[in-house]
Write a protein that binds this ligand. Structure first.
Ligand code: URP
Ligand code: ZN
Ligand code: ZN
Length: 460
């Protein structure tokens, strides 16, 4: 028996539309959209006064990821549950190929982490740290099998970093197989020199993480990444862009007609270098790469989002507890695990600080948090919109509800929240994943293991 769910009286919002209407979901799919659907259903949800949005898509998460001498605090169960609470119904996480390993081995390892735990749908990008003839061939196979994007690093020498020649070869390969290269764009070698100099001068506090990773080091790498992709004649996607100087590189490339894409993250829109100056070791909460920038840069990022020089807002969710994890770097900022939590707070923060603050339209909000990630990463139109035949990933979003962000009430498995005490208006009430209610009026009613692996196609 196919479950039929009717969502009535809501305001349906996509990247281009906004209208009062009803949705009929049949099984896992959206079956009908109308202004006043009167048919029988197994379940009826009244969405009066609420927005009916396509489920959020977060294309940058790190669940259960070994990094910085420890492992990110959320696994696929706690991380995807928290995502669901926040109105996100699909993620694209990162599998890691370590040196000497095949890409297939990395995929298998990450598939095992996710399959019995995920409560929402998930895909993988492949982090490549070792490029050779065999891995280049494997890239083609992975794209065919639904892992159609690859993350490369221009920083973290000895761990993740690839040299320009390898990066260029990988870019060239995507010209043949249709995959997308996602770039961590920071000049790692320059940063390493700055870090060693700071430590030698006894500068060990968390704020030196930011002071040794200048915006220009991000801009230089962004420029270089785009230049390499231009020579290879393929698109490129810059991840977690934080600095206005880096955005200028993307804008300049796009003005010349190049297919350069980029994402930013809520932390770069709402937090700033000032957070590193918080007393004691508190600055460690914000140690991530690239680091938080000067507050004045935020408006430039918002302009990039409004004018389509930035295309997605993802989270780079990579949580580490203060206790026992961030503490690893109490006497040396370079040993603080890099990353912060954000998978649960993205939609509310961006709605509140973007739509309510008049910086982006409601349609652009949907585009940045769902439609555009779906298009760039091969999930559209199965995901990322409300249309007959699309997956019934639906968020009933209350634009009037005010919540206070706090580690004590959020569901991420981490002992602090970077936005502790911040009030935001606009929150997910009810969330459906492929037609099943998984968040019901703020209560989790989903099931670990019900999330499916997303076999992604190439860009659309
Ligand atoms: O600090 C960060 N961003 N941690 C996660 C790993 C990465 O580079 O995305
Ligand atoms: Zn990165
Ligand atoms: Zn990341």
């Amino acid at each position: 028996m196919v479950l039929r769910t009717l969502i009535k009286n809501g305001t349906i919002v996509t990247a281009v539309d906004q209208y009062k209407g009803d949705l009929l979901l049949e099984g896992e799919k959206i079956a009908l959209i109308g202004t006043s659907l009167g048919m029988e259903a197994d379940k009826t949800i009244d969405a009066s006064g609420k927005y009916v949005l396509p489920g959020g898509i977060d294309v940058h998460t790190h669940l259960d990821m070994p990094f910085g001498g420890t492992t990110s605090a959320d696994d696929f169960e706690s991380g995807t549950t928290a995502a669901a609470f926040g109105g996100t119904t699909s993620i694209v996480d990162f599998a890691i190929q370590y040196k000497g390993q095949t890409l297939h081995h990395a995929w298998e390892t990450w598939a095992k982490k996710a399959e019995s735990k995920a409560v929402i749908d998930y895909g993988f990008h492949m982090i490549m740290t070792d490029l050779n003839d065999q891995t280049e061939q494997e890239m083609d196979a992975l794209v065919r099998q639904g892992i159609s994007s690859f993350k490369l690093f221009m920083a973290y020498r000895g761990i993740f970093m690839l040299d320009d020649g390898s990066i260029f070869k990988a870019l060239l390969r995507t010209g043949k197989n249709g995959g997308t290269i996602c770039m961590h764009a920071e000049n790692g070698d320059v940063i390493d020199v700055l870090v060693q100099r700071a430590l030698a001068e006894g500068k060990t506090a968390p704020k030196y993480h930011a002071l040794t990773r200048p915006a220009r080091a991000e801009a230089e790498a962004t420029h270089r990444a785009i230049a390499l992709s231009e020579i290879a004649d393929v698109p490129i996607y810059i991840v977690h862009l934080s600095a206005a100087e880096a955005l200028e590189m993307v804008t300049e490339a796009r003005d010349r007609g190049l297919p350069a894409y980029a994402e930013t993250c809520p932390q770069y829109l709402f937090l700033s270098y000032d957070n590193y100056e918080e007393p004691g070791f508190n600055g460690a909460k914000y140690v991530m790469s690239p680091p938080l920038r000067q507050k004045a840069q935020q408006e430039q990022l918002w302009r990039g989002l409004a004018f389509n020089d930035l295309h997605c807002i993802s989270t780079d969710h990579c949580p580490f507890c203060m206790k026992e994890q961030k503490e690893l770097g109490r006497n040396d900022f370079s040993k603080i695990p890099n990353g912060a939590p954000g998978i649960e707070t993205r939609m509310s923060l961006v709605y509140d600080g973007g739509v309510r603050a008049g910086r982006i339209s409601l349609n652009r909000f949907v585009e940045l948090t769902s439609t555009s990630p779906a298009k760039i990463f091969g999930l559209f139109p199965r995901k990322g919109t409300i249309a007959p035949g699309s997956d019934a990933d639906v968020v009933i979003f209350d634009p009037q509800r005010t919540i206070t962000l706090s580690a004590g009430t959020l569901h991420m498995k981490v002992d602090y929240n970077p936005y502790e005490g911040r009030q935001v208006t606009g929150a997910a009430d009810t969330v459906l994943s492929r037609g099943r209610v998984i968040i019901d009026g703020g209560k989790f009613v989903g099931r670990p293991g019900s999330g499916c692996f997303l076999k992604r196609s190439t860009r659309s």
